[in-house]
Design a protein around this ligand. Structure first.
Ligand SMILES: [Zn+2]
Length: 219
């Protein structure tokens, strides 16, 4: 398999924007990818936005971001307090946030929710991601859930068990308010990463998967 590497666009650091509706979405969807990128590179600048929180969940989100972003050249964490589960009805304010962010940031890579996610908040974030950045690399991550919306992703970031274990350890230690949810467990996270690893032919057995709806080849 020909491997693709991220190029910097002539800037000192590669700018990565991570967007998550809720406090643990970024970590569940692409935490392994972030850890793997930071394992191999020191020139990564992260912009991390969580749209819905509340007091306890904000504390958890900040602690978790600090764990996941250790080793980054720079990190900017923004935690917002839009109403959980009501994003489609808070669209005007959320759109305004995106419009403002667009004037301040042109990321090299955007990690966001996937278009066919069955959680309404996740879908809103996906739609505004595509509306806002029109000439950018966007990778959409997946979140396992009761509704059963996992599909057939086409873009993979392979890594080994150490990265998979570290992601799970951070998730379980940082998000104590989520532990009573039946699906929030190490086997859920490990199982999905193992299956995506199998699909990616990952030498380390594990991977995270994304939907890459638009890629441009520059020979
Ligand atoms: Zn979520």
């Amino acid at each position: 398999m020909l491997r693709l590497a991220l190029e910097k666009n002539g800037r000192k650091n590669l700018r990565i924007l991570c967007l998550g509706a809720h406090s643990d979405d970024i970590e569940i969807g692409c935490g392994g990818t972030i850890l793997e990128l930071l394992r191999t590179r020191r020139d990564l600048e992260f912009h991390w936005v969580v749209f819905s929180s509340g007091q306890d969940r904000e504390r958890e989100a900040r602690r978790s971001a600090a764990f996941f972003l250790k080793g980054a050249a720079a990190s900017h964490v923004t935690i917002l307090d839009f109403r959980n589960s009501f994003f489609p009805y808070e669209g005007v304010q959320i759109k305004e946030f995106f419009e403002d962010l667009k004037t301040r940031l042109s990321p090299d890579l955007i990690l966001t929710h996937t278009r066919d996610d069955l959680h309404q908040d996740h879908r809103v974030i996906n739609q505004f991601s595509w509306n806002t950045w029109r000439n950018h690399l966007i990778l959409e991550y997946e979140i396992p859930k009761y509704d059963g919306d996992l599909g057939r992703p086409d873009f993979f970031v392979p890594f080994d068990r150490k990265i998979s274990d570290r992601k799970i350890r951070h998730l379980m230690s940082c998000f104590k308010t989520q532990r009573n949810k039946h699906w929030f467990s190490p086997d859920t996270f490990q199982g999905l990463m193992r299956i995506r690893g199998l699909e990616a032919n990952s030498p380390g057995k594990f991977a995270e998967a994304f939907y890459a709806r638009k890629l441009v080849l520059s020979p």
